[in-house]
Write a protein that binds this ligand. Structure first.
Ligand code: LIP
Length: 272
């Protein structure tokens, strides 16, 4: 394909991500509203006693998979709630039906539906939809990043000491959180402040739109980051694995991203 044909093909995938993320996110939002304000959503637990999964996580993922396979029956899928399949095409979809599940359970607004698609290990299209706050972020490889129809770009921050950072914490409250709390004790005195939204995808979208200057988090999964990483890249951000090496979005382990002038300093700061 020519570069223009490739860009067009990526934008077709972006629009599919947007359409399905909106339908799925609105379904989850209606479900949350139906529970009543502040009502605690019933949930099971997964990797630990503080890692929730609700019936709405599962139902929303089923909706996404059904819509995806109707349009892309030969593609592979990796879903947070287990709807994995191996297809025959060169595309793999990474789905987090409700990223920020704890916020969803507690009826806090910062959760989203994140859908990203990868070819040869690299994201080519993605959407992150936050229905409570009303933001639809999307990007196509080579086509830029947007919130709604408005182009977005990472911040121009250059000074780590006055930068606003975002991070998140593992559900494994033992060893992982000991490492993460020690890291926060190191980072917090050296930046303006730290925000913990509860959603990796929304943290990455905040970096891409300049709403925070950087984000770092370890022990995360592909479904948390595939769409958000593309947002950051297309918005001009720098992004690597935790040790500063090239990020493998299909097995991220950890992410460090920031406005270009801050990134190397942030990698050095968060490195244990
Ligand atoms: C969440 C991530 C977030 C992390 C949370 C949780 P989930 O994913 O998006 O960055 O800090 O602990 O893992 O479980 O809400 O889909």
């Amino acid at each position: 394909m020519s570069p223009n044909e490739t860009a067009d093909a990526h934008d077709v995938l972006r629009r599919l991500c947007v359409d399905i993320a909106r339908e799925a996110g609105d379904f989850a939002h209606r479900s949350r509203v139906g529970l009543g304000p502040g009502a605690r959503a019933a949930h099971d637990t997964k990797s630990s006693a503080v890692d929730p999964v609700t019936e709405f996580d599962r139902a929303t993922e089923e909706l996404v998979v059904e819509r995806l396979l109707a349009e892309r029956p030969d593609d592979s899928i990796v879903g947070e709630e287990g709807s994995n399949r191996t297809g025959t095409s060169d595309l793999t979809w990474h789905i987090d039906p409700i990223d920020g599940t704890v916020n969803f359970v507690y009826d806090l607004p910062l959760w989203c539906t994140s859908i990203g698609v990868v070819r040869d290990g690299r994201p080519v299209a993605g959407a992150v939809y936050a229905p409570v706050v009303g933001d639809m972020y999307s990007a196509a490889a080579g086509g830029g990043a947007f919130v709604g129809d408005a182009p977005i770009a990472v911040s121009g921050a250059t000074d780590l000491a006055t930068s606003l950072m975002a991070t998140g914490f593992s559900y494994h409250v033992g060893s992982h959180r000991e490492v993460q709390s020690a890291r926060i004790a190191r980072v917090l005195p050296r930046v303006r402040d730290i925000r913990r939204s509860g959603s990796a995808a929304l943290d990455l979208a905040a970096v891409a739109s300049g709403r925070v200057d950087g984000y770092f988090e370890e022990f995360i999964n592909s479904w948390d980051v595939v769409a958000g990483v593309l947002l950051v890249v297309e918005a001009g951000g720098s992004i690597t694995a935790f040790d500063g090496s090239e990020l493998d979005v299909t097995a991220p382990a950890g992410v460090v991203t920031a406005a270009p002038a801050l990134h190397q300093g942030l990698v050095a700061l968060v490195r244990d």
